[in-house]
Ligand binder design. Structure first.
Ligand code: SAH
Length: 402
């Protein structure tokens, strides 16, 4: 996966000049350039504590005929103590514990497979959801921090041709609790000592969450923002993580980027640009036919203006496609036209995906691309790509076919 910085997306139906698929139950492979903006409706996942805010939890507990304060106890077990088994909830009398656990802490994500890479410091988890759908998340341990890359949809409707998830189409949106549960399971994995690495005294907690797994988080706006609230709400109401450690990556869903800016959450937005010109970006990121390069960059700049958070521009370097020096210059110039100090570019060496002949740029070409951006005064860091040998790197998550 990745090292990161943020992004955004829309909630309402969007008209687009690209062909739009009608929602279907199956995730038929999309045609070239075809966008799926509204998720097919499937059976809803069971309701879970993490879908609810503290007031709703109290109401839900009372509706089940229990005392309202039980909600706080459940929240403490789930978010603060990361309890794995109901037996550990000894402050809940056995008779009511089973009922509360069954109704408010159902198992949403069943681990199917865990794959390690980078000497055990990168762990990809494949989970089965209640309806059999598969999703993936990737935990990356660095000397001084731990990052988890999570999914927000089963599949993705954005159809970027270099991304394995995009080739699978969109099956359905994930619920808030399904999104949060990936972070909770990762935190437990770490606590059980199942992730190698980290210097003595290195953090045992997940500090960074990046919405860069399967899906376009801003196309599942309500659930994604709900998950962000659960992740950042102070314990025991939520996981108590800093919003500054969260990055949301988007293809450039402009209305949702503006909406996210207005939420007042100091998270990082990352924009998947991949080309500075509309002709190429229409091909690489089909949503560009709806919101152009300039519109997407303007929205990223507005995000910076509203939040004061430096935005990240993602740029997968694809050999012979988008890695020319003139494109680096054009990108740098377009960013500088808006202002200085508001943005950071994150080139990503392309990770191979099945059926694609595209490959990463030559190292010399990558260096030159970075050099030109820096020469224009644009901070640029090549993303450290983790987990490519377990298909866990950026753009390789495609659990539906795993
Ligand atoms: N839907 C979100 C999250 C996608 S994954 C978005 O598009 O931003 C995070 C990043 O990985 C995105 O910038 C995405 O374009 C990039 N990516 C996808 N496939 C890739 C690949 N094969 N190699 C490198 N980066 C890739």
């Amino acid at each position: 996966m990745s090292d990161v910085e943020p992004t955004t997306a829309p909630t309402t139906a969007i008209s687009t000049s690209a062909p739009v698929a009608m929602p279907t139950q199956s995730s038929a492979r999309p045609k070239r350039g075809e966008l799926t903006l509204a998720a097919p409706r499937g059976g809803k996942p069971p309701q879970h504590l993490a879908d609810l805010d503290p007031a709703e939890r109290k109401a839900a507990v009372e509706a089940l005929g229990h005392k309202g304060f039980r909600a706080k106890q459940l929240s403490t077990h789930y978010f603060e103590r990361l309890v794995e088994s109901p037996q550990e909830m000894s402050d809940l009398p056995k008779a009511i514990r089973d009922d509360l656990v069954a109704k408010l802490l159902p198992q949403l994500l069943t681990p199917v497979r865990t794959l390690a890479a980078d000497n055990g410091k990168t762990v990809k988890s494949v989970y089965r959801l209640h309806d059999g759908a598969l999703v993936e998340s990737v935990l990356m341990r660095y000397p001084k921090r731990v990052t988890i890359c999570i999914s927000s949809q089963v599949g993705c409707g954005m159809n970027c041709p270099f991304c394995a998830t995009g080739q699978e189409g969109l099956t359905r949106n994930m619920s808030t609790a399904e999104i949060v549960e990936q972070v909770v399971q990762a935190a437990r994995l770490l606590r059980r000592g199942e992730v190698a690495g980290g210097a003595e005294g290195a953090p045992l907690r997940v500090g960074n969450v990046v919405f860069m797994g399967m899906g376009e988080a801003l196309a599942n706006y309500g659930a994604a923002v709900g998950a962000i609230r659960r992740i950042t709400d102070p314990a025991p109401d939520g996981l108590g993580m800093s919003a500054r450690g969260i990055t949301v990556s988007t293809v450039g869903l402009v209305p949702a980027m503006d909406k996210l800016a207005a939420e007042g959450i100091p998270l990082t937005l990352a924009l998947s640009l991949h080309a500075p010109d509309d002709k190429l970006r229409n091909e690489l990121v089909p949503i560009n036919t709806r919101w152009s390069v300039d519109e997407a960059i303007d929205a990223a700049y507005r995000y910076f203006q509203v939040t004061g958070r430096r935005v990240s521009i993602e740029y997968a370097l694809i050999r012979g496609m988008n890695d020319q020096g003139w494109r680096a210059d054009l990108l740098g110039t377009k960013l500088n036209t808006r202002g200085r100090g508001w943005v950071h570019v994150n080139p990503i060496p392309l990770n191979p995906t099945p059926g694609s002949r595209w490959t990463a740029s030559d190292p010399g070409v990558e260096r030159e691309f970075v050099r030109r951006l820096r020469a224009l005064g644009v901070p640029t860091t090549v993303r450290d790509t983790r987990g490519s040998d377990i298909d866990g790197a950026c753009g390789q998550l495609a659990a539906a076919t795993a």
